[in-house]
Design a protein around this ligand. Structure first.
Ligand SMILES: Cc1ncc(COP(=O)(O)O)c(C=O)c1O
Length: 381
């Protein structure tokens, strides 16, 4: 059997990871400025994380959600405390799309309505409801298009109110900072308007923090820059540092009942051990401080490069916008300078999502390479 060929692949075969460095099967090291789509939060194969997962696997790796699992309780308590959401509840699942799927389902159950408002350039995943609120018709199959969704521009509160006032909307879903779309974000005024309008029209406000959460923005959640509280927060990616795990943090105003949500694998022992270890490392190594310090250093260096037209994002979720498409630049970074970076729907944007353990020395290596490439190649807009 061959693989279903849906991914265009770089000619690199990583077989080992250590903090910021990924090593391929030929022994070549690469600096990871992309963290495998923003997944690697505490660095590749962090020794504390590896030990925690190993120890858990030796004890018990899995049992279903029909029995007590104190690790889930421990994870919920730790996550609540570190994120500032101790009064919320946690439902665990296995991926980002699944987190949003459950968030949207819960909003619909709670309000008994079915329409969703999402925003231009959004990406919320590839499952049924999650893909229907994603602004990319190419990945929406006919079977997904039955969910009623209105896509609106970011930062236009008037249009949001017009849509909500019709009375059929169950949820507004917004990324803390847009990832795949290209690092655009709502203003503080817009996030605050969304909060007010959702309260006014009995609509659930969902913050998708799957990419922007877990400290990546420099706060635990990116929406915390705007001093609002959503009703549901979806998380995944950095939560497990590569172990597949996701979840939703749910406001006390949404009530649980047996059977309302469920999953076989979600919240299994191994996923909990990985997720607890990630939180412990973020706390013990003060990684949020590092995110803010290295981010400021990175932005300062980026400002000195005339070809960089715009610097977008926050913390270590950054985008450098050029006036040319970055595909060739990314190829040169990976093949000539051995640095992984990311792209976005905005083809002129270079996406930067390194592990939160990154140092200023790594940033220097990146900018040395970038400057050399920009000097040697005439990129055309
Ligand atoms: C903001 C956001 N939401 C949801 C998802 C979907 O997550 P997953 O690929 O784990 O299903 C992604 C993935 O890139 C994302 O960036």
């Amino acid at each position: 059997m061959k693989l279903f060929d849906v991914y265009p692949l770089y000619e690199v075969t990583p077989i080992k990871g250590n903090d910021m460095v990924v090593t391929d099967n030929k022994g070549q090291d690469y600096l990871d400025f992309y963290g495998g789509h923003g997944v690697i939060s505490i660095g590749h194969s962090h020794p504390y994380y590896v030990k925690s997962v190993e120890k858990q696997l030796e004890a018990i790796g899995f049992y279903s959600n029909a029995v007590q699992n104190p690790l889930q309780v421990q994870l919920a308590e730790k996550l609540g405390k570190m994120s500032g959401y101790s009064d919320f509840s946690l439902f665990l699942c296995n991926s980002g799309a699944e987190a949003n799927e459950n968030a949207l389902k819960l909003a619909s159950f709670h309000t008994n309505k079915n329409k969703v408002i999402a925003f231009e350039n959004s990406f919320h995943g590839r499952t049924s409801a999650a893909v229907s609120v994603t602004d990319n018709p190419k990945i929406i199959a006919p079977i997904n298009s039955c969910n009623p969704v209105t896509i609106l521009p970011l930062n236009n509160s008037e249009l949001v109110e017009k849509a909500l006032s019709k009375g059929d909307v169950c949820a507004v879903i917004i990324e803390g900072i847009q990832g795949v779309g290209g690092l655009d974000e709502g203003t503080t005024a817009f996030f605050q308007d969304l909060r007010t309008l959702c309260n006014k029209y009995n609509v659930i406000l969902i913050a998708d923090e799957i990419q922007s959460g877990y400290g990546r923005s420099g706060k635990f959640f990116a929406h915390q820059y705007h001093t609002i509280q959503p009703d549901i927060i979806s998380v995944a990616k950095g939560m497990g540092n590569g172990f597949p795990v996701g979840g939703i943090l749910i406001s006390p105003k949404l009530k649980a009942s047996y059977g309302l949500l469920g999953t076989t694998f979600g919240g299994n022992h191994l996923a909990c051990a990985a997720s607890i270890a990630v939180l412990e490392v973020i706390e013990n190594e003060k990684l949020l401080d590092n995110v803010n310090e290295v981010s400021a250093y990175f932005i300062e260096k980026a400002k000195q490069i005339p070809q960089v037209k715009k610097i977008k994002g926050k913390g270590l979720m950054l985008g450098l916008e050029f006036d040319f498409e970055v595909a060739e630049l990314r190829k040169q970074l990976i093949y000539n300078y051995h640095i992984f970076t990311g792209g976005a729907s905005n083809k002129n944007l270079l996406r930067i999502l390194p592990p939160m353990t990154i140092s200023k020395e790594h940033v220097d290596v990146f900018f040395d390479a970038l400057i050399k490439i920009l000097k040697s190649t005439n990129f055309k807009s």
